[in-house]
Every structure is written in C-alpha cells, then in structure tokens.
Design a protein around this ligand. Structure first.
Ligand SMILES: C[S@@+](CC[C@H](N)C(=O)[O-])C[C@H]1O[C@@H](n2cnc3c(N)ncnc32)[C@H](O)[C@@H]1O
Length: 359
C-alpha cells in the first residue's frame, strides 16, 4: 500500500527531504581508510554521536495540534499554512503522518483492522517511528474502534535507531496511559539481523513510513556509455595547496555483494547485455570513445538489506510502507540522486554535491 499518490502529500514532498545535514564536515566522517558511500551516509544520518537523526529529536517535526483541514480554504491556504509552520520550526521537517494527523495513521489502522485475522492477538512492528505519532494514532484508533479484546491484547513494537527519537516515541504514546502496557521501543538498527534474534514466526504487521528512502544508498559510476559500472568509495586526501583534507571519490570494480545484487535487481547492466546486435555494440563503443559521457547511478542498498532482514526475521509479515514517488529539483548528478539539504532559520539550502554538505 502506498500513500505517495496523495496529491497533498506530493506537495509536502517538495519541501521535504531525503538526507538533511547539519554542522559536521564530511572529512570528519571519512577516517584513514576509504569507505563505501553507504557507510558515509549511514554515519552522517545515524551515527550515535553526530548523526542527524541521533543528535536532534526535533529532526522529525511534531505539530502541537492537528491541522483543521475543514477550516482551510483550499490548496493555497494549505500551502500558506505549511510555509508558516516551516518558519516557526527552525530545523524540523514534517512528514505526511504528522501533517495529516490523525487521519493518515487512522487510515492505516482501518486497513489493518479490515484485513488482519482478529481472532489472534494483533502484533504491529513499526520501523523508524520518528516522533511516535503513527504509533499513538494507530493505538488510539484501535482503542476507539476495534473490539475491546483486539485493543487489550495487541502489541506494538517500535524499532528505532535514534536514542532521542526512541525517547520521544515513549513520551508521545504515553500521553494515553493505557497504551503503554502494549507498547515498547527497541532502540536498535533494524537492518542488523542479529537484533531480531530468532525472529517472529507468527503473522504480524510491519509499518515503515518515510524510512526506506532515508536508508543508506550506494553510488556506482561508469566513465562512459559502455564501460562496466564501478563501486564508489570515499577517501580522505590532503590538499597540498590549501593544507587541509578533502574527501574524494575512488572507483573500483564491483566486489561488494549488496551492490552487485542491487545492480542486478535494478537491471543496470542490461544495457550491455550480450543479446545486442554486433553493429549496435560497435557503434556504441565508437560513440563512447569519441564522446564519453560519464554515468552515475544511486542504488538503494540499505533498502535491499532491510527487506532481506525482514523477510528472514518475520516470514509472515504484512508490510505497509510509504515513501516519495519522486523528488523534484535535485541538483546532485546521477539517476535516483538524493536531495541533500540544510535547513536553518526555516530556510532550506539544497547542495549540488553530497560531499560539500556539512553534516
Ligand atoms: C524520515 S524519518 C520518518 C519518521 C516517521 N516514520 C514519520 O513518517 O514521521 C526516518 C525514521 O527512521 C529511523 N531509522 C532510520 N534508519 C533506521 C534503521 N536502520 N533502524 C531503525 N530505525 C531507523 C529514523 O531514526 C527516523 O525515526
């Protein structure tokens, strides 16, 4: 199920983020040894000490009260309201579950109620629950609308990588005392299989809202139209002239198994498939020598990793995920490139190079 086709939500996406960065230089992330781009992104976003999501519980914004949509006079009024909200909340970004609360989460709760086998205890896992709004609203909905035994016997487990957001989720859900006995937060990385122990072999629900595209991605590069893709690593180099370090990209033949798997699933190598006519191949080769056009492609290795872990740990899960359907005005080069921005005093600055940004 995806909510990304909601027109209103798409408007939110425009002002929304992929990776947002704050005050820590990329040269501080890359140590003495080169690292893959996904490890760079993981550190920038989720490092327990300097990661964007770890440092600031305000990274995922929370509205004090719901927007009264019935009192807004159409789209322009909604956009004006949104713009005021962003001015009031300096560093925060608002996700659909927050802007459309409680209705967005109520919709998910209703979908679960209609499809779950309610004769067995309802078990929901939420990954990356942000400020806890989805968890609270789903539990509110079950309390008010499901048969009493469904609410009384349900369990809601939040798996959250950020310490500060895990704390905030407990606060949000704890606004309704009776929810607390059914709710727990496990502060851990959901992509780490060992954290799931033996897993859960009972039917359960997994909710992930705006999580998949916030997971680390890798970058692959090819110097022209026909050369094979190479994996991108980042290394720190000393600049002789300005006497300081810089981070630069290094290209290596693909060896990492996650990258290789992702390249295969996306079909990036299909352009060079053996089935090509010899004449076309020769023409492409000549063209690539005469007018080489470097190619860059961002690949969702973090997403692949998480889906594989969930598939193995929760084999009977039903998955509800929502994410962006597109990102407009991205200046970073490459297919599926991220939007990397900094937000200060309510103003957003987009970066043209993911390495230039401060994190
Ligand atoms: C963009 S926020 C979305 C928050 C919330 N779902 C919403 O829609 O408002 C991404 C969330 O995923 C969490 N997260 C990212 N990677 C994670 C991982 N590997 N394991 C668990 N949580 C993760 C972040 O800390 C954050 O809570």
């Amino acid at each position: 199920m995806t909510f990304s086709s909601l027109r209103a939500a798409k408007i939110v996406y425009k002002r929304h983020f992929r990776w947002h960065l704050h005050c820590f230089l990329s040269t501080d992330i890359v140590g003495d040894k080169p690292i893959l781009v996904r490890d760079f992104i993981r550190s920038a976003l989720y490092d327990p000490n300097h990661g964007y999501f770890s440092k600031m519980s305000g990274s995922v914004g929370q509205l004090e009260s719901s927007i009264r949509f019935n009192q807004l006079q159409g789209r322009v009024a909604y956009l004006q309201r949104l713009s005021n909200l962003y001015k009031q909340h300096d560093i925060s970004w608002f996700t659909p579950v927050e802007l459309f609360k409680p209705w967005y989460a109520f919709g998910i709760a209703e979908a679960i109620m209609r499809t779950a086998n309610l004769s067995i205890p309802l078990k929901i896992y939420e990954i990356g629950g942000g400020s806890g709004t989805c968890a609270k609203c789903i539990m509110d909905y079950m309390m008010l609308n499901a048969p009493a035994k469904v609410y009384n016997n349900m369990t809601y487990v939040s798996v959250e990588i950020s310490q500060s957001l895990a704390k905030k989720q407990l606060q949000t859900v704890g606004e309704v005392q009776s929810h607390l006995s059914k709710f727990r937060v496990e502060r851990r990385d959901a992509t780490d299989r060992s954290g799931w122990g033996n897993g859960d072999h009972e039917p359960c629900w997994v909710i992930m809202l705006e999580v998949l595209d916030n997971l680390p991605h890798d970058l692959v590069y090819s110097p022209n139209q026909v050369s094979p893709w190479m994996e991108v690593w980042l290394e720190k180099v000393k600049d002789r002239f300005v006497m300081c370090s810089q981070v630069s990209e290094v290209y290596k033949p693909i060896q990492d198994s996650l990258i290789a798997q992702c390249v295969k699933i996306i079909g990036l190598d299909e352009d060079h498939a053996a089935g090509r006519n010899r004449l076309v191949s020769a023409a492409s080769y000549i063209l690539s020598r005469a007018f080489p056009k470097p190619r860059r492609s961002w690949i969702p290795t973090g997403c692949l990793q998480l889906l594989e872990v969930l598939h193995s740990a929760l084999p009977k899960m039903s998955l509800i995920a929502s994410d962006f359907s597109y990102l407009p005005e991205v200046s970073i080069p490459g297919d599926r490139a991220p939007l990397v921005s900094t937000k200060k005093h309510g103003r957003t600055t987009d970066h043209g190079n993911y390495l230039d940004a401060k994190v």
